[in-house]
Each structure stands twice: as structure tokens, then as C-alpha cells.
Ligand binder design. Structure first.
Ligand code: PEP
Length: 254
């Protein structure tokens, strides 16, 4: 298990200049004085600059890293609407989510595309948070393990020895935004499968953080984060409420 846990907020397509400022100020003032875990917020692309500017005047934001919610599979060029990894780097991004189930579902992202996005992020010095997870139908058909292994295998295959530089997020699709959470035991079982897959690919698998995501909240975070192979959380809804997000951060003591 990696040493420090990572708590990453995924704001999704929420926020405004005013709402973000209030949320970031509340987070900054509530952050633990001694860092107990790594913390990041993955904001909508137009607000990356706002975070960067606020971090200059609000030193307490130092303990929070910036992340994007997606990255282009291309380095530059005629790809209207896309945002490249080097652009994210310009705005101080440390992380980029890739392969979130909402992008796989609504934007038809394939395992191959997700692997290419991972490559672009790594090449720019950005840590990709690679999301994998099964749908309810796949779980009920007993396919959870094969689905997450297929999704991760594409990323391992494309990234070779760099694979130890990624973060993986196990996000069962049926648990995202639904209020239904995998039990700690269910989540741990899948995390152990992913850890074993990483171990077969790299000698540094223990360095790879495997986050759980899917209705993690202030009430259930501690029991999920206590599992041996759960190295943090990717948090959607609860990351929009400063008090809840701060409670999850406090639960991530190693
Ligand atoms: C997510 O979108 O990555 C997520 C886990 O959302 P929620 O916490 O709202 O289920």
C-alpha cells in the first residue's frame, strides 16, 4: 500500500467563479495544518486559471493540487474543442482524470483512447487518474473482474514501465452519483485484483495509488479508506461541499 492517501475531488460540470471562490476559501481555511494526505480538486477546464490565480494570494491552497477532468489524446493541432496535456501543465495541473465512466458513456471513449490520453498526460508530466469500473449489468453478469482488468490492461499495454506513475480509480458505474456505495469488502476485493494486475506489470505496484470512487461521503469514507488496497478516494458530489470534503480528508489518515 502506498504511504500517503490521495483524496481527489471531481467537480464535474459544476461551479461558477463565485461558487468556486467560496468553496476554495472554505477548503483552504479548513485544511489540516499538518498534511495527513494528498488532496486535489479536478475542476472544469475554464476554471483552471481561477485556481492558479487564487493559489497566489491564498497560501493555504498550497496543500491542494490542481487537476483536470479530461485531457486530449493528441499533443496539438486541428482538434477543435480539445485541451492538450501541455496546456493543462501551463495552468499548473498535477493530475488529469482520464476514462471517467461519464466520458466512456456519453462521449464513447474506448479503452484505446483512454490509453492514449494516459500517454499524453504522462509525457507532459501530469499524473493521470485512470478510471475503471463495471456497470450494474456487468456486475450482475459476474463480469466485474474481467471488465476492470480489460480496461486497465489497455493502459498497461500502452504505457509499459511508466505504469507505476499512474493513479487508478476504481469507480463502479452503478455507485457514481447514485448514493449506492460498494461495501468496503466489495471495493477491497476489486482493488486487490487491480493491485495483482499492476504487480504483474511492474515491480513498483505498491507505489500506485488505487482510489475508490462512487458515492464516497463523509459518513462512509473512513470504513472504505481503512481497506488495505484503498489508497484514497475520487469524490464527486461530496467534493462540492467543503465540510463534507474536509471530513473525508480527515478520514484519510494513514
Ligand atoms: C465521480 O464522479 O468520480 C464520483 C465518484 O461521483 P460521486 O462521488 O458523486 O458518486
Amino acid at each position: 500500500m502506498s504511504v500517503k492517501k490521495l483524496i481527489a475531488g471531481n467537480w464535474k460540470m459544476n461551479g461558477s467563479l463565485a461558487a468556486n471562490e467560496a468553496l476554495l476559501r472554505a477548503l483552504a481555511s479548513g485544511m489540516p495544518v499538518q498534511s495527513v494526505c494528498a488532496v486535489a480538486v479536478c475542476v472544469p477546464a475554464p476554471y483552471l486559471a481561477q485556481f492558479q490565480a487564487m493559489a497566489v494570494t491564498l497560501p493555504a491552497l498550497d496543500g491542494i493540487d490542481l487537476g483536470a477532468q479530461d485531457v486530449s489524446a493528441k499533443a496539438s493541432g486541428a482538434y477543435t474543442g480539445e485541451v492538450s496535456a501541455s496546456m493543462l501543465k501551463d495552468f499548473g495541473c498535477r493530475y488529469a482524470i482520464v476514462g471517467h465512466s461519464e466520458r466512456r458513456q456519453y462521449h464513447f471513449e474506448t479503452d484505446t483512447l483512454v490509453a492514449e490520453k494516459t500517454q499524453q498526460a504522462l509525457a507532459a508530466g501530469i499524473t493521470p487518474i485512470v478510471c475503471v469500473g463495471e456497470t450494474l449489468a456487468e456486475r450482475e453478469a459476474g463480469q466485474t473482474e474481467s471488465v476492470v482488468k480489460r480496461q486497465l490492461a489497455a493502459v498497461i499495454h500502452a504505457n509499459g514501465h511508466c505504469i507505476s506513475e499512474i493513479v487508478v480509480a476504481y469507480e463502479p458505474v452503478w455507485a457514481i452519483g447514485t448514493g449506492k456505495t460498494a461495501t468496503p469488502e466489495e471495493a477491497q476485493a476489486v482493488h486487490a485484483v487491480l493491485r495483482a494486475q499492476l504487480k504483474a506489470a511492474t515491480d513498483h505496484a505498491d507505489r500506485v495509488k488505487i482510489l475508490y470512487g462512487g458515492s464516497m461521503n463523509a459518513a462512509n469514507a473512513a470504513s472504505l479508506l481503512a481497506q488495505a488496497d484503498i489508497d484514497g478516494g475520487l469524490i464527486g458530489g461530496a467534493s462540492l461541499k467543503a465540510a463534507d470534503f474536509l471530513t473525508i480528508i480527515a478520514a484519510a489518515v494513514v
